[in-house]
Design a protein around this ligand. Sequence first.
Ligand SMILES: NC(=O)c1ccc[n+]([C@@H]2O[C@H](COP(=O)([O-])OP(=O)(O)OC[C@H]3O[C@@H](n4cnc5c(N)ncnc54)[C@H](OP(=O)(O)O)[C@@H]3O)[C@@H](O)[C@H]2O)c1
Length: 272
Amino acid sequence: MQSTLTISGKTRVFGCISDPISHVRAPSVFNPLFEKHGVDAVMVPLHVPPEGLDTAIAGLRAMANFGGMAVTLPHKLAIMKHCDEIGRQGQLVGAVNFVAFDAQRRLIGDNCDGSGFVNGMLAAGYAVKGTEALMVGAGGAARAIAFSLADSGVKRLGIANRTEAKAVELADAVRAAYPNVPVEVCAVDPRGFETVINATSLGLNEADSLPLDPALLAPAQLMAEVIMNPVDTPILRAATAKGCRIHYGRPMFDHQVTIIAKLFGYDFPIEK
Ligand SMILES: NC(=O)c1ccc[n+]([C@@H]2O[C@H](COP(=O)([O-])OP(=O)(O)OC[C@H]3O[C@@H](n4cnc5c(N)ncnc54)[C@H](OP(=O)(O)O)[C@@H]3O)[C@@H](O)[C@H]2O)c1
């Protein structure tokens, strides 16, 4: 499709800050959305090495037409000290993945990995509140998802991870923030849970081992994934073969885009 994007003196500028930069996806997601919704804005990649972050933020704060940015590694933690306000999920996770300047040029940051996952589940018609969920993984994505599941009122949350110490630390943190939610560190055994979530990176590569034994899955269970590419990960294929319902990784991403766009001041509904 021929781009009709025209940059003028009125165009608002957004960014995606990262180092390295060539792999970032946000500009190729947001620019078509700006165009589709008739929004006079552009998102550009901002290649900022760690040692340049302080200078970059000071410069961006001074640019009145710079609205905000998606934040990726290595800046997700380091940028927090520049934020004037951090949302609850960002505080709990200890990392932000987007920031926006408000009218007073205050920098507001938050983390929407977990709310993106939960919103994606709800939009697909799956319950979160009152359900028993096993999450495999305790890395960055899992951490965000755990707090959001607790925030959404899961009845019971099991966390299983290869490095058990990380699961223990995460379970303690979730319990401290949500004392009414029963959280346990457990084996990678989905039996007894309604929802099973692969929040590891296992499945990105076809040669990866499975995150859990599909023989232990039952048809009544929902197998959810965080990986977007490939779409049909080996564990989703195995769960389908067992008669389980499955939930793809893509909605988590799509719902994060909607959340970030909202903080930027735009309403971009999810496309069906
Ligand atoms: N759909 C979305 O919008 C979205 C958003 C963010 C991330 N993601 C996806 O989420 C996945 C995880 O990302 P992340 O940022 O959380 O990564 P991360 O912080 O590096 O965590 C990786 C997790 O996978 C586990 N793991 C890795 N290799 C393993 C192996 N061989 N055996 C057992 N466990 C293994 C790790 O266990 P240890 O702790 O033992 O190392 C850890 O729990 C990635 O595939 C990413 O693409 C998707």
